[in-house]
Design a protein around this ligand. Structure first.
Ligand SMILES: [Zn+2]
Length: 96
């Protein structure tokens, strides 16, 4: 119960960070699915490891049909096109 509340607060905090991503940053992240969150942070220096982790989780959530409330419309539009690899579980998404 307490863990769920803490988890929810954490997710809400990261939502704010996710919404600030630019198109270019999002593309960069999608192009480098093999990098760890820390390595991505070295490329996308203005994004914290936590924010990167949150976005990767939402991308994973997108392809398993979970919560995508943290994804901006431009991100969803890009993901819909397919032809990307999940940065979380590395499942390849075919072109649609
Ligand atoms: Zn995944």
């Amino acid at each position: 119960m307490i863990i769920n509340i803490l988890k929810r607060n954490y997710i809400q905090e990261e939502h704010t960070l996710v919404s600030e991503w630019t198109n270019k940053e999002f593309k960069t992240l999608l192009q480098k699915p093999k990098l760890t969150n820390e390595q991505l942070h070295n490329v996308l220096t203005s994004r914290s490891v936590g924010a990167i982790n949150a976005l990767c989780s939402f991308i994973h959530s997108y392809h398993i049909g979970g919560d995508i409330s943290g994804l901006a419309n431009m991100m969803i539009n890009r993901l819909k096109k397919g032809s990307w690899e999940c940065p979380k579980c590395h499942e390849k998404q075919p072109e649609r």
